[in-house]
Every structure is written in structure tokens, then in C-alpha cells.
Design a protein around this ligand. Structure first.
Ligand code: HAM
Length: 422
């Protein structure tokens, strides 16, 4: 076959069944965990004004400088496909007064867009489940949201390591920045091109650069944790106490700095093995200044987002989904006269929770072929003559199970062969 000329955009994936079934199952189990933590869903536009992201994520970040899908719409307004969800949630809460005297706990699920170099686990359109807690300054919110993140990963069956750090306040970070620059400047030529370029703009990013020569330099760099203000230090130690109390294991990674500028104090990532350099399956942190920075009331906040593609890549996808993708019953009509009866039967069974596929009218040979392709567990082929005679034959496709009986009592036959209608 010739290669199609119209293809999906690079880094943006089509998702077919049975993979879609695995997505739905995962989303469902995540929603059930989220409701146990009092979180409710918010749905937001995928497109926002470009200025929102520049202000929220930070002008000097890679996301804003290099990765956004930004375009002028027909009015000439600069719009951007959202590269993440936090900025939009904050914008919406401020716009609709959702923070007045309230402490919302919100989650969102949907596509995000970043023009990164695609590779396994890194795409240009990817999907996040994000959670944001507003209004609680205490480290108790940090501990609770981390416990929630641990439970989500457990629900997905993903073993991962929790890495923690504190970035302090903007003030303590600014004085640390000078200390770090004094250490990095004399070694600038050892850094990768990207880090040399961002050294003066955003020296903290050098600390978590994945390039080996940068890691060698970062290894002996002065640590931000040694330069925290006393309040941030107390906040960080309360968080650790609470995590230990819940039995949640973590490692402190003093070089964890995150790629978005809005973080204050706690930052964290869950890192799994098996995806190479794209092993961060979930990441987040506290962003106490952001609501005010975007024009809202002073509001502490903390959140995270997990990457759906990364989580799903770590699960044995197809196997898991197969069982649910397969219908229970194939109903084939041998002639026009039987088709109405087949449709009525199928609707009745579906109303009782059974998954049914209908086909016909067609010959025995063609219906048997279709039944086999559907992989349904059971099949019935029925024509006007069988309906007139009263009895039909229900057969297991793979096994030996059979039931012969009245068409109107097919549900009884299915029960006899082991279908559970409850
Ligand atoms: P982030 O670290 O940029 O944080 O993204 C969170 C997660 O989204 C990553 O850990 C990864 O699993 C997934 N992810 C990011 N980029 C890609 C990509 N190109 N392809 C596939 N998966 C990707 C944020 O977005 C923050 N808004 C999280 C947050 C919420 N902080 C506070 N509240």
C-alpha cells in the first residue's frame, strides 16, 4: 500500500481500541480515588490568551520560550494551545470569584500541547490528569496531596520513587541564585549549549539538566536546601514528618528544581523505571504566589499533574484492555424477517447490561466469519424459520457450551452458560 500523504501531526497520536478501553479504565479508577479526597472536576478551554502562560509559567522557561503552540486568531489576538493546566485553573477561579472564602480542590483531565522533540514518553500532544488544592498554607496540604498522588499511582499499579525538594521563597531563592552563579560561572564552558545559554537567565535549571557534563558540575554545586529561610525549612520538616507518619517513603533530591517558574517551597516528582529519561510520571509543587501574580486574592496553593501516556506505557496495555473490549454475544440475522427480532432482543439484553453486537442479514457462512472476527464469547444465528419454529441455538464460540431453547428466553440460556446479569 502506498504511504498515505495525509498523516497525523508529528508527536500527536491516534488512540485506537483496545487502547482507548485501557484509558477509560484508568480514568475511571483515578476518578474514584479523587472523590475519596474531596476533589471535583473542572473543565476548561484548551486555548487561552498567550499572555496567561507567559505570566504564569515564566518568560524564561523552556516551555514559554520554545515549546508553545502560539498563533494569531482571525482577530489578531495571540492565543496558545495550553501547555499545562495550572495556569488555566487559576485564571478561571479568579475570573469567576471561586476563591472567595473557599478552599477548592479541583482536578482536570485532558490534552496539553508542547512542541518538544518527540520520543517514547514525550509527545507534542499529551494528556495530563492534574489536581490543584487552594487556600491551605500549611504543609498538611502538601502531605495530603502527596498521599493522593501515591494512591493514584498505586491504583494504576505503577511503582515509582518519590523525590522531594524545597525551593524556599522567592527571596531566599534570589540570594541562593547569586551563590549558585558564583559557583557556575567559572565552569560555564563545561556546560551543555542549552545551559550555557540559560546560565544567567535561569541558573537553577542547570541543576536538573540531564546532560552528563552538566550533572558532573551540578553534583558539587551549593545546595538550595542549605540556604532556606527558617519558615520554609520548618514547612519542609513538617511535611517530612507527616509523610513519615503515613508511611510514604521519599528521597530528598536537592537538585530537583522543576521547569516552571511558579513554584515556592515544596516541589516533588514521582519517577518510575522503564521509560529512560522520561521516567517522571507525576510532578508538582506549591505555588503560593501565583494567584496574586495573576490578579487574584493572596491564596496559597499546591498541585501536581500526571502524564497519562507515561502511566499507560508502563502498564501491560493491550492484555488489560482485551477482556472488556470483547462483546459477550454475537447475534446474526439470516434474513430480513429476523432482523427486527434480533434488534429487539439485542436492545433488551443491552438494557440488562450485556454487551451485544448485531449483524445481518447474511448467509450462514458470512455471519460465522463475522461472529469469529467479533471475538464474542457466544453466538446465535437466527432466521425467520427458527423464529417460527420457536427454538434457537446459543453456542459458545471457543468452548463446547450450548443451549437450545425458545428465542424469548435467550437470557435464560445465557445465564445457564455462565453469563452474570447482575
Ligand atoms: P510538568 O512537570 O510540566 O508539570 O508536567 C507534569 C507531567 O506531565 C510530567 O511529569 C509528565 O508525566 C507529563 N508530561 C509533561 N510533558 C510531557 C510530554 N511532552 N509528553 C508526555 N507527557 C508529558 C506541570 O505541567 C504542572 N502544571 C504540574 C502542576 C500542577 N504543578 C502544580 N500543579
Amino acid at each position: 500500500m502506498a504511504k498515505p500523504t495525509l498523516t497525523a501531526v508529528r508527536g500527536m497520536n491516534d488512540i485506537f481500541p483496545p487502547e482507548t478501553i485501557a484509558w477509560q479504565q484508568l480514568e475511571q479508577s483515578f476518578r474514584s480515588v479523587l472523590s475519596r479526597y474531596g476533589c471535583a472536576e473542572i473543565r476548561l478551554p484548551i486555548v487561552e490568551q498567550s499572555a496567561l502562560f507567559a505570566r504564569a509559567i515564566g518568560d524564561v522557561t523552556d516551555i514559554v520560550q520554545k515549546e508553545m503552540y502560539t498563533f494569531a486568531d482571525r482577530n489578531g489576538d495571540s492565543l496558545t494551545l495550553r501547555p499545562e493546566g495550572t495556569a488555566g485553573v487559576v485564571r478561571a477561579l479568579i475570573e469567576h470569584g471561586g476563591l472567595r472564602g473557599q478552599t477548592p480542590r479541583l482536578y482536570y483531565l485532558g490534552p496539553m500541547f508542547r512542541h518538544e522533540r518527540p520520543q517514547r514518553g514525550r509527545y507534542r500532544q499529551f494528556h495530563q490528569l492534574g489536581v490543584e488544592f487552594f487556600g491551605i498554607a500549611s504543609a498538611s496540604a502538601d502531605a495530603e496531596i502527596i498521599a493522593l498522588s501515591a494512591r493514584l499511582l498505586a491504583a494504576a499499579g505503577i511503582p515509582a520513587q518519590l523525590q522531594l525538594n524545597s525551593l524556599g521563597t522567592p527571596e531566599s531563592r534570589a540570594s541562593y541564585r547569586e551563590i549558585l552563579l558564583q559557583y557556575l560561572r567559572p565552569q560555564a564552558e563545561k556546560l551543555c549549549g542549552d545551559c550555557q545559554e540559560r546560565l544567567e537567565r535561569n541558573p537553577l535549571r542547570v541543576l536538573d539538566c540531564k546532560v552528563e557534563s552538566c550533572q558532573l558540575v551540578a553534583k558539587d554545586a551549593p545546595q538550595l536546601l542549605q540556604h532556606l529561610d527558617p519558615e520554609s525549612a520548618a514547612h519542609f520538616s513538617l511535611l517530612q514528618e507527616l509523610l513519615q507518619g503515613m508511611g510514604i517513603a521519599y528521597v530528598i533530591n536537592p537538585r530537583l528544581v522543576r521547569g516552571l517558574d511558579y513554584y515556592h517551597r515544596t516541589v516533588f516528582e514521582w519517577v518510575a523505571e522503564g521509560l529512560g529519561s522520561q521516567g517522571t510520571v507525576l510532578a508538582g509543587g506549591r505555588y503560593d504566589g501565583l494567584v496574586e501574580q495573576l490578579g487574584g486574592p493572596e491564596t496559597p496553593a499546591i498541585g501536581f499533574a500526571l502524564g497519562m501516556e507515561r502511566i499507560l506505557a508502563l502498564r501491560a496495555l493491550a492484555q488489560l484492555a482485551e477482556a472488556d473490549a470483547v462483546p459477550a454475544l454475537f447475534l446474526g440475522a439470516l434474513d430480513d424477517a429476523a432482523l427486527t427480532a434480533v434488534f429487539r432482543q439485542a436492545e433488551g439484553l443491552r438494557a440488562n447490561g450485556l454487551s451485544v453486537v448485531v449483524a445481518g442479514p447474511g448467509s450462514v457462512k458470512s455471519l460465522l466469519k463475522q461472529a469469529q472476527r467479533s471475538a464474542a464469547r457466544y453466538q446465535v444465528l437466527v432466521g425467520a424459520a427458527d423464529l417460527a419454529a420457536g427454538d434457537v441455538l446459543l453456542k459458545e464460540q471457543e468452548g463446547q457450551g450450548e443451549w437450545r431453547g425458545p428465542w424469548d428466553e435467550l437470557h435464560r440460556g445465557l445465564t445457564a452458560l455462565g453469563v452474570d446479569f447482575t
